[in-house]
Ligand binder design. Structure first.
Ligand SMILES: Cc1cc2nc3c(=O)[nH]c(=O)nc-3n(C[C@H](O)[C@H](O)[C@H](O)COP(=O)(O)OP(=O)(O)OC[C@H]3O[C@@H](n4cnc5c(N)ncnc54)[C@H](O)[C@@H]3O)c2cc1C
Length: 412
């Protein structure tokens, strides 16, 4: 392993000639204007070379957090390097909340929305759907502001870093709410197909964990808002867990958010892992595919057809749901989705074998991969041509283009 900068998982060594850590927007503008090729780097939690450039990599972690709540508009605006966990603490203290969070609070807001990062909930859009405005340092170093309602806005949120460096993000907020979390174990596999719609909608946010190996789904996590219908005594044959659980049943739950029905603030129940612990140090790879929520049983069967390749590479799989949106490069564009996530062992050969097999099985369902995780093929998006045209307007000299964007983004 050399001295070059790597991503969180350590599987990607960035090829950038220079890494910058500017502390002001003006410094970002100067670096962009004078760089031939340039990209933004958030918290580096993506598992593929999406953030890489042969030129200048700009870490936004040094930009001021500058968290500003606008009570009249019901929004909060934050600097381009702020992490969800840090924002959530400030919001909750002021009586506000976000509609949802991903599993890990350590990830930056700008980096998460750039890839369509999501939590779970049949009625909940991905995290990018909360974005009400962005300020972007575009290809010539100029600052461009886009707000919801602007014609280009739906192309500028899940933008893969291809339009410029996001130096400010404005998010919708809602009044703070309290939640509780219940874990159920050993859901009979047949019940998952028979009652998929009811299970997916059994709480505000539902996550299922499975190893695809046996005839049960290991765990179902129900995250309910206090005041919603009470948690069931039993869930289609799954029984309440006898104590706290880690998604991988053999691991200690000490880093997990509180379970067992104890009420607590939204930001201490929506993520699976606690902000004050780092749950793992990158000893994993991740892959995730999205298909229409109604196709979930067909997708589960597709995974099981290649179980022999998946199981040896797998630590745990998570099944979540995401509501449809209108963001051009969102993996959930125009489609209520089921998310099939795979946390792999850190073994490239095993993982790529499983990924190839999964993609072959899931292609007939129009599967779209998570932009920030390990994958080989991505279908073209209905608005991919519009996105390419927007990128050409905001970055005419192609400073933000990289091999990843060139390979995966363009007209259908
Ligand atoms: C342990 C772990 C748990 C995860 N859990 C979830 C989950 O629950 N749900 C889910 O959907 N995903 C999850 N992910 C994936 C993760 O959310 C995405 O990879 C996300 O993009 C990472 O954000 P980041 O700030 O690290 O971005 P990076 O990896 O640093 O960058 C990703 C992309 O965003 C761009 N970017 C970053 N910052 C900016 C900026 N300021 N301006 C313009 N472009 C920018 C980069 O250029 C790049 O194209 C998880 C990843 C890990 C490692």
């Amino acid at each position: 392993m050399g001295d070059r900068l790597r991503n969180w998982a350590g599987n990607i060594e960035f090829g950038a000639a220079r890494v910058h850590r500017p502390e002001t927007v003006e410094q970002v503008q100067e670096i962009v204007a004078s760089a031939e090729r340039v990209r933004a780097l958030g918290t580096g939690h993506s598992f593929n070379p999406i953030a890489d450039t042969p030129g200048d990599l700009i870490s936004v972690a040094g930009l001021p957090a500058d968290i500003r709540i606008d009570e009249a508009r019901g929004t909060v605006s934050v600097g381009g390097g702020v992490r969800y966990g840090d924002l959530a603490r400030v919001l909750d203290a002021e009586g506000y909340a976000l509609h949802n969070l991903g599993s890990l609070p350590h990830i930056s807001v700008a980096g998460a929305v750039a890839t369509g990062t999501h939590g779970s909930g049949v009625g909940l859009g991905n995290l990018a759907t909360a974005v009400a405005g962005v300020e972007i340092v575009a290809g010539g170093g100029e600052l461009v502001s886009l707000r919801r309602g602007d014609a280009d806005f739906p192309g500028a949120v899940v933008a893969l870093g291809a339009l410029g460096v996001v130096v400010r993000v404005t998010l919708d907020v809602v009044p703070a709410y309290r939640m509780s979390q219940h874990v159920f174990e050993h859901l009979p596999r047949a019940q998952l197909d028979a009652h998929w719609d009811e299970i997916a909608a059994a709480a505000y946010s539902v996550s299922l964990f499975t190893s695809w190996a046996g005839d049960t789904v290991d765990q179902v996590w129900l995250k309910r808002r206090v005041g919603d219908a009470p948690a069931p005594g039993e869930l289609f044959g799954a029984k309440p867990a006898g104590g706290a659980r880690h998604p991988i049943a053999s691991m200690s739950p000490v880093h997990c958010t509180e379970q067992g029905g104890a009420p607590g603030p939204w930001h201490e129940r929506l993520p699976h892992f606690r902000l004050d612990f780092t749950p793992s140090s990158g000893e994993e790879l991740q892959t995730e595919y999205f298909v229409a929520r109604a196709d979930a049983p067909a997708a589960f069967a597709a995974v099981e057809r290649v179980r022999d390749l998946v199981v040896p590479a797998l630590q745990i799989s998570e099944i979540r749901t995401v509501a449809a949106d209108e963001l051009w490069l969102s993996p959930h564009y125009g489609r209520d989705s089921v998310a099939l996530h795979f946390t792999w062992v850190p073994d490239n050969d095993l993982v790529l074998g499983a990924v190839e097999a999964l993609e072959e099985q899931l292609a007939p369902l129009g599967a779209r991969p998570h932009w920030g995780k390990v994958f080989r093929h991505a279908p073209r998006y209905p608005r991919g041509g519009d996105f390419a045209a927007l990128a050409a307007r905001m970055d005419p000299r192609g400073a933000f283009r990289n091999a990843f964007v060139e390979r995966y983004v363009g007209a259908e």
